[in-house]
Design a protein around this ligand. Structure first.
Ligand code: ADP
Length: 385
């Protein structure tokens, strides 16, 4: 559980005054809080997300970040799955809370901890809680792109469709790109590659999500740290027959033991995969496969934008920091005449940098995403008096 505490100064200037991280929840609990340039790390009892929320709030008092709970005016939560219902961020009323609970079947791994945390925060402090959904940005995707080619009743009766994720990041990048390109957000067309442990891509048309690579769950699409991305759905049954494993176990393997980790056999962390790629053939293979998959989506999305792409953007842990991965992806775009400037690609930067060369038909950017500021902005806008 990550958190940031913002102070909103005059002129809507959002200042991060404290941030932190609760790790190893359910295990041996570790809590880190950064305040006034100092970092404090302690072992804590974190048996679940509800207890973690209580520890978090108490730590803010303990370190005198706040004097009183009433110093906090609103709490924003990142909710992975908002289904079709939540097209934008919303104050969490009892009814909204129940609706988010209903989404558990769609996001059994992600929504329950968020629900437990919301419940705990609502019990501790009497301030508005706001839900900011990772799916909302993608509710503009049209039927032809969100439906799967399965019986239509799977959609009408069971809500089987592409929902897409990382929407908070895509919204931030689209807004930021509009500023860089000096054009209104409604006119931005871009292909955005959000490459982290979880990775996805989005075709943004006229400032809105037009298509995205993750689907019903965050398992579809790109090759990720531990997730398989696109595979033949028959593999499930075949492996069940071959190994005797049940569906849940196989889905777990596709989520946690596949992707870069599964192919390389070394690590889910791209840095380890690159570091071992000289001597390890499987690491080289993992890099080749994942960069080719990104290139495949990139070409498809450029086509979906009718070739009218203002920019290609790389973001998140890998997209922001790995010049080598960016280069591998661009090398695989044979028919799109884009090119990187090797010096710009390697250069240190703060929030964004142009990395394409003058020969490139399109600008290519690396932009640091900021999901927290989007959550804070929505929370502020919905709760300010
Ligand atoms: P998530 O938020 O999905 O857990 P991140 O956005 O933090 O993931 O991205 C994690 C990935 O970013 C890891 O594969 C890690 O290796 C990669 N990464 C982070 N920093 C660097 C770096 N300096 N160079 C290369 N890869 C990096």
């Amino acid at each position: 559980m990550k958190f940031q505490l913002y102070k909103i100064n005059a002129n809507n200037d959002f200042e991060v005054i404290c941030k932190g991280l609760a790790e190893r929840i359910y295990l041996d609990g570790r809590f880190t809080i950064k305040y006034k340039g100092e970092e404090f790390e302690t072992e804590e009892q974190l048996p679940d997300h509800s207890a973690t929320a209580k520890v978090l709030i108490n730590k803010l008092k303990e370190h005198k970040v706040i004097n009183d709970f009433s110093d906090i005016k609103g709490i924003g939560h990142r909710i992975v799955h908002g289904g079709e219902r939540f097209t934008q961020s919303t104050i969490i009323t009892d009814e909204v809370f129940m609706e988010i609970k209903k989404m558990i079947t769609l996001a059994p791994l992600h929504n329950p901890p968020a629900i437990a945390a919301i419940k705990a925060f609502r019990n501790i402090i009497a301030v508005p809680n706001v839900a900011v959904f990772d799916t909302s940005f993608h509710t503009t995707i049209s039927e032809e792109n969100y439906l799967y080619s399965v019986p239509y009743e799977w959609y009408t009766d069971h809500q089987v469709r592409r929902y897409g994720f990382h929407g908070i990041s895509y919204r931030y990048i689209t807004n930021h790109l509009a500023k860089i390109l000096e054009k209104p957000v409604e006119e931005v067309n871009a292909v955005i590659c959000h490459l982290g442990n979880g990775a996805s891509m989005c075709a943004v048309k006229k400032g809105k999500s037009f298509d995205t690579s993750m689907g019903l769950t965050p398992l579809e699409g790109l090759i990720m740290g531990t997730r398989s991305g696109d595979i033949d759905p028959s593999i499930h049954q075949y492996i069940a027959t071959e190994t005797g494993q049940d569906l849940a176990t196989i889905t777990d393997i596709l989520n946690k033991k596949s992707g870069l980790l599964g192919i390389s056999g070394v690590s889910s962390d791209l840095r380890d995969v690159f570091a071992s790629s000289k001597e390890n053939q499987r690491s080289r293979l993992a890099l080749k496969m994942s960069s080719k998959r990104i290139a495949k989506y990139l070409l498809a999305y450029a086509n979906e934008l009718d070739g009218e792409v203002d920019a290609i953007v790389f973001t998140a842990g890998i997209g922001e920091n790995s010049a080598a991965m960016r280069q591998l992806v661009i090398n695989n775009l044979k028919i799109l005449k884009v090119d990187l400037d090797p010096i710009a690609n390697e250069k240190k930067y703060d929030s964004e940098k142009l990395i394409s060369s003058t020969r490139s038909i399109l600008p290519i950017y690396a932009i640091r995403t900021d999901e927290e500021i989007m959550i804070c902005t929505d929370t502020y806008n919905l709760t300010k008096k």
